[in-house]
Design a protein around this ligand. Structure first.
Ligand SMILES: [Zn+2]
Length: 431
């Protein structure tokens, strides 16, 4: 299914970290790719994290004098996540303590997920548009809120695509935000599309793994249960989120900001999506990168998003703010970064001394206008001139193609094409 269609099919579900809504989404994902489903029992503890119990609301009515004022079941965000059941008569003052609204969009619902993460807190509540909250008159309100907290397993969808090497690049998106399209069904459908395109390739140098999991809970328990020797094959990870709205790409660096994945991502985006912006670890968005990068794991994890966007964490985050071309650009950005990984290698010379690049038997000189005739040489030609002067020294068994492209501010794929010509002439080999 195409990215936009898949997004429209998934996002209206009532997902939460452990819920029938998430189970339904995992079933949809299995129609797209042969995911293996990993399950973690509700209530299980690791490092102080608890897998939430399977939760969903079944009835959520507020009445006044018998007349229905609000039905929290009318939207997946209408009941606060992990809410307890409550039945009784309350005053308006009391009721208001249990109503949550969006601070800016008075016609919209806010995403309330606090209770999942604060296992000690128990509360009940509704999300209601402020436009309705402000019309409520004093008096007694009858609340009938029924939610189910049940045993059941949290599902993590895991798809492994093997390559020549067991070294693995991980894509991760989260699957726990009810009724929201960009956060993060957009990242999920981009990740699915990238995996489909990688699966079609005849040859892959690295293995790839897509892990679609509830935010934090999913990856905490997934990594806790994964054998060390499998986890140690994870060379880098990309968290993909909020990739369909109309904004430039945002690259959030890994913890060190200096990993190969950082350099590959910066370089690819600079040359292909020049309006992108970037910032340090955890300064743009906060997701599972803290889990991947946790001590003992330390898997370099970047995050790619189109944050910020106004509809974030509200019921306005629908397919209507998603653009097909932005999803497509996002998939291409991820594949471009992956392609740097796939092809980046150390270069080693098989010659000594200076090679006459312009000799027809090598044909490695990048010709340009005679500088004495044309005194103004375009900047990129100057860069190629310089590269030709420097490149013999880079074939030292230490520099990679990416090192050279970054240093000389030239597009990676052009530098790769150029050094491949040296290889074809038998002058270098890739280690
Ligand atoms: Zn979110």
């Amino acid at each position: 299914m195409k990215m936009y269609e898949l997004l429209k099919k998934i996002y209206p579900h009532r997902m939460s970290p452990n819920s029938p809504g998430l189970d339904a989404v995992v079933d949809i994902l299995k129609e797209e790719l042969p995911f293996e489903v990993r399950e973690y029992q509700g209530g299980r503890e690791h490092n102080g994290w608890f897998v939430p119990l399977s939760w969903h609301p079944v009835k959520a009515e507020i009445r006044k004098g018998g007349k229905l004022i609000y039905d929290g079941m009318s939207h997946p965000l209408g009941v606060i996540g992990y809410s307890r059941s409550f039945k009784g008569k309350v005053s308006l003052e009391e009721l208001k303590k249990h109503l949550f609204h969006h601070p800016k969009f008075h016609d919209a619902l806010v995403y309330h997920c606090d209770l999942f993460y604060k296992s000690g807190q128990k509360n009940w509540g509704f999300c209601m548009p402020y436009n309705l909250v402000k019309t409520l008159k004093p008096g007694a309100y009858e609340v009938e809120l029924t939610t189910v907290h049940a045993p059941g397993t949290m599902k993590v969808a895991d798809y492994l695509l093997p390559g020549d090497s067991t070294d693995t690049i991980v894509l991760n998106s989260h699957t726990c935000h009810a009724g929201q399209a960009n956060d993060d069904v957009a990242g999920l459908v981009v990740a699915v599309e990238v995996m489909k395109r990688l699966a079609k390739r005849k040859h892959r140098r690295f293995s790839y793994r897509l892990i679609a999991a509830p935010e934090h809970f999913g990856t905490v328990f997934y990594l806790a249960d994964l054998p060390d020797k499998v986890r140690k094959t994870f060379r880098a990870a990309m968290f993909l989120e909020m990739l369909g709205n109309d904004n430039r790409l945002a690259l959030q660096e890994s913890f060190t900001g200096e990993a190969e994945i950082d350099r590959a991502a910066h370089h690819h985006l600079r040359h292909n999506f020049p309006d992108y912006f970037s910032d340090k670890f955890r300064t743009i968005v906060g997701n599972d990168e803290t889990v991947w990068e946790a001590p003992g794991y330390e898997i370099p994890t970047i995050s790619l998003s189109r944050f910020p966007y106004p509809e974030y964490h509200s019921s306005r985050d629908t397919h209507e703010i998603i653009r097909d071309d932005k999803l497509e650009d996002s998939a291409n950005a991820v594949l471009g970064i992956i392609d740097v990984f796939e092809t980046n290698r150390v270069m080693k010379r098989k010659f000594t001394g200076l090679i006459a690049l312009s000799n027809p038997k090598y044909d490695l000189y990048i010709s340009q206008a005679d500088p004495s005739i044309r005194p103004t040489i375009p900047a990129d030609q100057l860069r190629w001139n310089r590269l030709m002067d420097y490149i013999p020294r880079y074939f030292d068994g230490k520099h990679t193609v990416l090192d050279v492209a970054v240093k000389h501010e030239l597009p990676y794929h052009l530098v790769l094409d150029y050094v491949r010509r040296f290889e074809k002439k038998g002058l270098i080999e890739f280690a």
